[in-house]
Design a protein around this ligand. Structure first.
Ligand SMILES: Nc1nc2c(ncn2[C@@H]2O[C@H](COP(=O)(O)OP(=O)(O)OP(=O)(O)O)[C@@H](O)[C@H]2O)c(=O)[nH]1
Ligand SMILES: [Mg+2]
Length: 451
């Protein structure tokens, strides 16, 4: 850390006007600035009531709670100060103006507090990512996963793996360096490869849950598809509990894909409404159908909606490849009797629901099933891997271990050592221990100012 480092400040709470505005400072001059504005430095980590004044004019700005967190036992590892002001725009503006006039102080950039915490070793990179996810978490499942990530779910595991790898590497290097000496045991490479095999298996297990973890950040994608006029948009609106899509008796109403994000039983779900699939001469509708097919194919689940009264339309070949449920809509239009028969005829091969998107009949059991499906998809245990960056790093490390193992006990020791070193380095990059300048900007770019 350079001694000439700027002291940064920012509004860490939400946009004013609000009940309270939290202004934080971090850096070598945080204490001096706090004294200049609040007139005193409170006891460490104890809130104290303070009159906040403009140090130049002496004018009273506001009354606030002041806190003092001397480094290194602070969030960033530097001296930190915090003012909890009344959350008015003019209050914040006046405090910012006063702070800006103090030499060595400047406004923080997005994520700069967290970046300092990382640089001072208070958080590893996976924890930084977890913190970012926690701020953006919208559902319980996302919050749970983000919090566990912040607390080292992956970071601690990666660090344990890296340490064991270094032990394995030390064995192979001992074998290389002291090969000719009599008191070095013959078999050092065997135990090293045994460690490598154990680690590779643990990494493979973590990778198996990757899709689930990465999906949790975006949501399970459910596409509503089917023939025109079947009531797809009506179903979307009922799931979303608002008029998200236009409904009309004209076949071919929906053209663009409409996306709705919702929290279903604590799990994030993205529901897509798509254009009714049919052959059309209208180029706009053709494009809508093309988009419908494309998005449906990429979805995790398709709800294939049909008009229960109409003769059954067959799902597209392309779409049939994706797991799908059949929704027989508009059951309000057919007699109970017919409904029973339809149910019977449909057989057991597919999950089917008969419902009315208009009246809501049969809708609750369907929604409950969808919520259960999401719960099963995501599972209750947070996945170790929640990003592509994690997945790629673990995949690379696992492959390096596989190459070391393939080289075998009779193989070249220098190659084995090189692969183990590579795997350890990859894990070091994952947690940010080594050589990560290039990825830092990408990670901190997504942060808000004041965090
Ligand atoms: N009686 C009855 N009518 C329904 C039901 N669901 C939808 N409708 C009607 O069916 C018509 C078409 O509904 P939409 O939701 O626009 O159908 P869509 O599948 O989105 O149609 P496109 O976007 O053209 O492909 C509208 O007049 C709806 O009011 C239902 O459950 N019962
Ligand atoms: Mg529609």
């Amino acid at each position: 850390m350079s001694p000439a480092r700027d002291t940064i400040f920012a509004l860490s709470s939400g946009r004013p006007p609000a009940a309270i505005a939290v202004v934080r400072l971090s850096g070598p001059r945080a204490g001096e600035a706090l004294k200049a504005l609040a007139g005193k430095i409170p006891e460490p980590r104890r809130a104290a009531l303070a009159r906040v004044r403009d140090p130049q004019s002496g004018e009273l700005i506001d009354e606030a709670l002041a806190l003092w967190f001397p480094g290194p036992r602070s969030e960033t590892g530097e001296d930190m100060a915090e003012l909890q002001l009344h959350g008015g725009r003019a209050v914040v503006a006046a405090v910012f103006a006063a702070l800006s006039r103090i030499e060595g102080l400047r406004m923080a950039e997005a994520g700069e507090f967290t970046r300092r915490a990382f640089e001072n070793g208070h958080l590893d990179l996976t924890a930084v990512e977890g913190l970012g996810d926690l701020i953006y978490a919208e559902t319980e499942a996302q919050r749970r996963q983000a919090y566990r990530q912040l607390k080292g779910l992956l970071g601690d595991r990666a660090e344990t793996w890296r340490k064991r790898l270094i032990e394995a590497l030390a064995l192979v290097e001992a074998r290389i360096d002291f090969a000719d000496e009599a008191d070095v045991p013959e078999d050092l490479v065997g135990p090293a490869l045994k460690i490598a095999a154990e680690l590779a298996a643990e990494m493979a297990a973590a990778l198996a849950g990757a899709a689930r973890g990465e999906r949790l950040r975006d949501g399970l994608v459910v596409a509503i598809a089917g023939p025109p006029n079947a009531g797809k948009s009506t179903l979307l609106n009922r799931i979303a509990r608002r008029e998200a899509a236009i409904v009309s008796p004209v076949a071919g109403t929906t053209r663009d894909v409409i996306e709705v994000h919702l929290d279903l039983g604590g799990y994030p779900i993205t529901v897509l409404d798509t254009a009714g699939i049919r052959d059309s001469d209208d180029p706009v509708e053709q494009e809508g159908v093309r988009r419908a097919r494309e998005r449906a194919q990429q979805a995790d689940l398709i709800l294939w909606v049909e008009d229960a009264a109409a003769s059954s339309a067959q799902a597209d070949a392309a779409i049939r490849a994706t797991p799908s449920w059949i929704i027989r809509n508009k059951v309000d239009l057919i007699s109970k009797n017919k409904n029973e028969i339809l149910r019977h005829e449909s057989g057991l091969s597919n999950i089917e629901f008969s419902l009315s998107a208009t009246t809501g009949e049969g809708f609750e059991p369907f929604l409950a099933h969808l919520a259960r499906h999401a719960a099963e998809f995501f599972g209750t245990e947070p996945a170790l891997i929640s990003r592509e960056r994690h997945r790629k790093a673990l995949e690379n490390a696992r492959q390096a271990l596989a190459r070391a193992i393939a080289e075998g006990e009779r193989g070249r020791e220098d190659i084995i050592a090189e692969e183990l070193r590579l795997a350890a380095q990859t894990l070091g990059r994952l947690t940010g221990r080594v050589d990560v300048e290039d990825i830092l900007d990408v990670i901190f770019r997504d942060f808000c100012i004041g965090k």
